[in-house]
Design a protein around this ligand. Sequence first.
Ligand code: URA
Length: 236
Amino acid sequence: MGLTTTVRRVSKVAVQSTHADTATAPIIPEPSFVSAPGVSRHTALEALRLQHERECPHCTTATAHTNIVFGEGDANAQVFFVGEAPGETEDQTGRPFVGKAGTKLNEMIAAMGLSREQVYIANVLKSRPPNNRPPQPSEIAACGPYLIEQLLLIAPKVIVTLGGPATKLLLGSEIGISKLRGIWATWQPPKGRGASIPIMPTYHPAYLLRNYTPQTRAEVWSDLKQVMAKIQVAPG
Ligand code: URA
């Protein structure tokens, strides 16, 4: 059976949250295919990766990127980390979080008693924006649906959003990350597409590196400890 026969056509994704003040959740277009029952998560993710490569409007029109950074990790991961967009090193290697911010994220994952191979890591955007500028709404609308499909396929126990753009997309909230971090929220999948998933928003590792104070370090560690308690792992 070919990969294309393992998928079926759908229409829209609503990104919603249970945060009190997030009533205006954005509706973003969904990629044209999702996996069918009976297909392994790994196979379905690979089909989605190929689909993204063929179709993503941002990736095919952006001029600044070298490689697509789809995401990587365990297709059966309990924890799914969501970043913003690839930086220079990620663009060169085609892998998420492998630059300085990636080294910090690796430390955070290890401190949680987990390895990088046990979690899944992806970004809102799957190709590097020109000059690392923040993702634009049109780029998020184009690329975001593939992240939604990754979340639906992996169905982790917990989503950890790293920084503002990822938190904003999944919670549909305009509230700043410093107010949302450390407070459990819920990602509501599109209707009929699975169970809701707890989200723990925390600071982006690049922000942490730029603001490496006892306070920010304690805040991130406190956020990660809440995640560990939820999935019942001991610190590394
Ligand atoms: N920052 C991100 O948000 N994602 C990456 O993959 C690297 C840096």
